[in-house]
Design a protein around this ligand. Structure first.
Ligand SMILES: [Zn+2]
Length: 194
């Protein structure tokens, strides 16, 4: 029996997962970047760490079979299905200043505020938000230069995650519509929990 949670474009949702539970992130219309953060439900100071994950994987881009690590290097989530095959771990979540300073737009919705909103029941402050895994985000780093490309996610593509410990997790349908990552537009995601 699975539970489906819609994530309307530009918004986020938070869920709790018990160890062993699976969560699928569904790219409903395709090309939509999904920022993902997670915390150890028993100690919120232990959270997803993309940089510790990078050291563990010895690769920039995570995929099926990879285990995402915490800031204490503990495996917290395993990727058990990856329809798209390209995700990013280096780009910071968008925040009010990304839009204000880099694009001259004030009041734009953003992943950082989205996470603060949906994680309010767990009292997370901005400095406590981990660097996200940017599922479905297509980046290239040839010769150390960062290139923002359009997501390779097709409509209906899924990333499935299995919780390895009890988690608080949040997913934001990234509101970035001013660069190519989600095709210069934003669309819906959905979560399926089982
Ligand atoms: Zn974003």
């Amino acid at each position: 029996m699975s539970q489906r949670i819609e994530i309307p474009a530009t918004t986020a949702r938070a869920v709790t997962l018990r160890a062993g539970q699976r969560m699928r992130i569904v790219n409903v219309q395709g090309k939509q970047v999904a920022d993902f953060v997670a915390f150890n439900a028993a100690d919120l100071d232990e959270s997803l760490s993309t940089l510790h994950t990078l050291v563990s994987l010895q690769r920039l881009f995570p995929t099926t079979g990879d285990r995402l690590r915490t800031n204490r290097r503990r495996p917290m989530v395993e990727i058990t299905r990856d329809d798209t095959g390209r995700h990013d771990m280096l780009i910071s979540a968008c925040d009010p200043w990304r839009y204000e300073l880099d694009f001259g737009v004030t009041g734009h919705r953003n992943c950082s505020d989205n996470f603060l909103e949906v994680l309010a029941p767990w009292a997370r402050a901005r400095h406590q938000l981990p660097q996200p895994v940017n599922f479905f985000q297509h980046m290239r780093y040839v010769d150390g230069r960062a290139e923002w490309l359009e997501s390779l996610a097709k409509p209906g593509d899924v990333v499935e995650l299995r919780a390895l410990i009890d988690l608080v997790a949040a997913v934001s349908a990234c509101p970035m519509d001013l660069n190519p990552i989600s095709g210069f537009r934003v669309s819906d995601l959905a979560l399926e929990l089982e």
